[in-house]
Design a protein around this ligand. Sequence first.
Ligand code: MFK
Length: 548
Amino acid sequence: MEFLQDAPRLPHPFHQDRLLQALIERRVPAERRAALVADLTALGDYACMAYARRLDSTPGEPVLTQWGPWGERIDRIELTPAWREGPVQTTRHAVLAAGHDPEAGPHGRLEQFMRVYLYHLASEFYTCPLAMTDGAATAIKASGNERLAARALPHFLSRDADAFWLSGQWMTETAGGSDVGRTGTVARRDDDGQWRLYGRKWFTSAVVGEAALALARPEGADQGTDALALFYVETKHADGRWRELRIDRLKDKLGTRELPTAEIHLEGLPAEPVGALDHGVRLIAPMLNVTRTWNAVCATATMARCLALANDYARRRQAFGRPLIEQPLHARTLADMQAEFEAAFALTFHVAELLGQVEASAASPGQAKLLRLLTPLAKLWTGKLSVAIASETLECFGGAGYIEDTGLPQLLRDAQVYAIWEGTTNVLSLDTLRALASTGLEPLTQAIEDWLGHDDAQTEARNTVRDALARAMDFIARHDGDPTRLQAGARGLAITLARAAAAALLAASARDARTRDDARPAAALRGFLAHGIDRLVDDDLDPHALLD
Ligand code: MFK
């Protein structure tokens, strides 16, 4: 009989995830685990169902119908099944609400992001508008606008699907993607004193949402970032019709194709200022930092999925008389990917935990600074790493990794978005410089020393990480006051700092695991160190010597 290759099977994403299990054991108080584990088990079950459904059916995409049968403008968007299930899954398993649960105190964010990690791929990137809804809730809370909080938060954080609302984050315009200061949307006050927004938003990922936070320039205000104001809008009438906005088209994207990203025109959409009528970017910054954390968690979830499938397949696929897992070079390739993934997991979930501690006022001022610094680092590094791991994963399947109906190419296409969403790698590298200017490096170097510990088993880790940090400090000191040089090297600096923090966190988990006779975290640390920490590039190279 003709040979037929066994397809890879997806192991249960919660039951088979030893990193997640160990994290719960280490960081979640025993009395909080039962409710968490029930949700994680259910989300893992849902992920298995969604994986099978995706392979058994033709992938769906949202469809925009702009006109009704009698010529009326309707802008109806039909969603994929996973998107239609989104409100129920989100509210039933507290994917959003857990992060804002006062009873959870400093643990809420960690527990929330464990749920996000398991839900993300099964949700078909419904997590994108969830991230923005979470960010909107956070920014509204931080603004101190109690009226808006009373209006929107019960919907955004609801545990009831019927009451649940999604919020968008409307920033990007044709002129202002990274450079949001070029925003052209105008806020005008009508004769009744009602603010209304007029303009075009070019990437609105949660266009199906009921609300949004939008940046706009109050009529007559100056140019630039500082003159922008942040507004809260609601998008639909009570009967479900759109208010004063028009959906021009859905984007034809490389990946995340289930996600209905739209171009829209605002045609006098009623809006309410979130705070003062300037410094809107300052007001939306808490949202950016939360969505960047989601981005890192979701990028890490993609890595976990890639490794789960590649590992399973390595045990099913034979080549040259042995399963792939017994081929030395293939095993080493998987181990190299695993080491990088474990480091990314450690950094990402540390940021999630720190966010919860800072929000619950359970953190020191130094930890708050550490969070400001680690957030862009985790986002930018995991964004890039997920693309590299997804690409390597496809290669682990040979030709099958390049074939659409295996579902594998989608992993790579979708991963590419993490490095672009919520600020590109370069924007986040420059944000690292912005953060360093206000926090300095000390909160990070201090934390890294604490994580590295003092025991003899980790001398190599200490030396490698300290050498990389010394290079980073030298780079900053040499170019202090020279923004051209500092910015040109910012990506190398940021990735070096991210890898140093991740290595130190791995050292802490390896130390902890030794007490349980678990040698795997130490092996991950060793593998990660072997890839080097320092990514600073030759900062004397003038890029224009090559480009002109
Ligand atoms: C499933 C995955 C989850 C994620 C899904 C999300 C999908 C969403 C799709 C999208 O919407 S993607 C669009 C995302 N766009 C961006 O992320 C914008 C990229 N550009 C930047 O991030 C710029 O750095 C930024 C526009 C925020 C600021 O650049 P500017 O115009 O040069 O402003 P400036 O003067 O540096 O900063 C203005 C203020 O904000 C300053 O405070 P002050 O007014 O007090 O001086 C900054 O310190 C503050 N600020 C900026 N970034 C901050 C911040 N504060 C805290 N944290 C930050 N990250």
